[in-house]
Design a protein around this ligand. Structure first.
Ligand SMILES: [Zn+2]
Ligand SMILES: [Zn+2]
Length: 349
């Protein structure tokens, strides 16, 4: 472990892989772990961090502490489009000429975010929340004139210039890194399997850069794949649970996640998460003994703090998570939507 004067920490994981802690401003997660993978053509980054001057400085100082510079970066591989992972990609590309790679489904979200006017999003979100049974006082701020609202974050994320193709090896000269498609947290989330022997010869198959898919102590948010242009009824929680099993079967020797810290026993962690989600679904079924709208279900679900203390934007995330669980229960035939229009109410079967 090596720290520079400014506080950013770099960690050498061995075998030409290091991590840099890039802070996420005003966020309890604290930081994104940006991985630096040495290749024959220069360092390749797995994720880049939040687009903020302090985060940029930390990335720059971290690379410096590794004896590298941003200008040398050969490529950027993004696990998913969220701003704590993809935020600085554009700046890295400007400073280095690096390519930026992402799965097509998340690139589609980036393209849509760049092209969709904020008004469209607010109208879409207001309609969705009304259908989910949100009270009028929650929806009203979304209908305010634009000048009275907070600016919409992350409006111009960098458009990737390479596609990460599931199952294929990435073009990293001198390294074997295979893309594993793990939809759920986002539709185009990928994990990256470094198919090389563990540097400390830990038992298992290589190492896995897991992004937000598999984390040691927290579960990622699983909501809906919000898309104003697509009315397909997706099942993100179902996708996530399938993706978990896929990663468990890989049995990597070590997991290198994008938050918290590296860990081992991926199959054990996968089992824990599968049990956690099954218990949560069963708990929700008990709540659905009486018909509830997604909003009412979210109010009754267990969160990391009482519902009254959950701020407006986080309530949107919570109701989206409640809906993801409802979709799973409906798909499993354990719950159903009652006929009778909006807001839709669901009940256990
Ligand atoms: Zn994320
Ligand atoms: Zn994240």
């Amino acid at each position: 472990m090596k720290s520079s004067r400014n506080g950013p920490t770099t960690y050498d994981h061995g075998g030409g892989v290091r991590s840099l802690r890039v802070p996420i401003p005003d966020n309890p997660l604290g930081h994104t772990l940006v991985y630096v993978v040495d290749t024959d053509r220069g360092p390749v980054l797995v994720d880049t961090g939040w687009d903020d001057p302090a985060s940029w400085d930390a990335l720059d100082a971290g690379l410096d502490a590794c004896g590298l510079s941003v200008a040398e970066v050969h490529g950027v591989v993004i696990t998913h489009h969220h701003p704590d992972h993809h935020g600085l990609s554009g700046r890295v590309r400007e400073a280095s000429g690096a390519w930026v790679a992402m799965h097509a489904a998340d690139t589609a979200i980036v393209r849509r975010t760049r092209e969709t006017r904020p008004e469209r999003w607010y109208t879409y979100m207001a309609a969705k929340l009304a259908a989910a049974g949100a009270p009028e006082e929650h929806i009203a701020p979304l209908r305010r004139p634009p000048a009275l609202r907070r600016p919409f974050p992350g409006l111009a994320p960098a458009l990737p210039d390479r596609e990460i193709v599931p199952g294929e090896l990435l073009a990293l000269p001198g390294r074997r890194v295979r893309a594993i498609w793990t939809p759920g947290h986002t539709p185009g989330h990928v994990c990256l399997h470094l198919e090389e022997e563990h540097p400390s010869r830990l038992p298992g198959h290589g190492r896995l850069f897991s992004g937000d898919h598999l984390l040691p102590e927290i579960t990622p948010h699983i909501g809906l794949y919000e898309d104003p242009d697509d009315a397909t009824v997706t099942d993100p929680l179902g996708d996530y649970l399938d993706s978990l099993e896929r990663v468990g079967r890989l049995a990597p020797a070590e997991i290198l996640p994008a938050h918290q810290h590296a860990f081992t026993d991926a199959p054990g962690r996968v089992r824990e998460l599968l049990v956690h989600h099954e218990e949560r679904l069963t708990g929700l079924l008990a709540l659905l003994a009486t018909p509830l709208t997604p909003w009412q279900l979210a109010e009754r679900m267990e969160w990391n703090r009482p519902w009254e203390q959950i701020a407006h934007p986080s309530r949107n995330i919570a109701v989206s998570e409640a809906e993801a669980h409802l979709r799973r229960l409906v798909k499993q035939g354990r719950a159903e939507a009652l006929p009778g229009g909006e807001p839709v109410r669901y009940v256990a079967v």
